[in-house]
Ligand binder design. Structure first.
Ligand code: SF4
Length: 69
């Protein structure tokens, strides 16, 4: 099963911590809000993606399991 990064835009406060923890998957726009690579998170990156989710100060970053289409 695939896991993808989802951002709850109503909760995200643009702290930018996620981009520091997962720079190969998340960059920041000019206002400091995350731009997320939408493809499935590679297996070797899942652990750090979970950390980015748990460390998000606004709890706005989630890993979602999705069935491949
Ligand atoms: S760490 Fe959380 S609140 Fe900050 S930019 Fe990333 S998703 Fe948004």
């Amino acid at each position: 099963m695939e896991q993808r990064i989802d951002i709850d835009w109503t909760a995200c406060e643009g702290h930018g911590l996620c981009a520091e923890l997962l720079p190969e998957r998340i960059t920041l726009d000019e206002w400091g809000y995350p731009l997320v690579e939408g493809t499935p998170v590679p297996t070797g990156t899942i652990k750090r993606a979970r950390r980015a989710a748990s460390d998000c100060p606004a709890l706005a970053l989630k890993l979602r399991v999705r069935q491949p289409t």
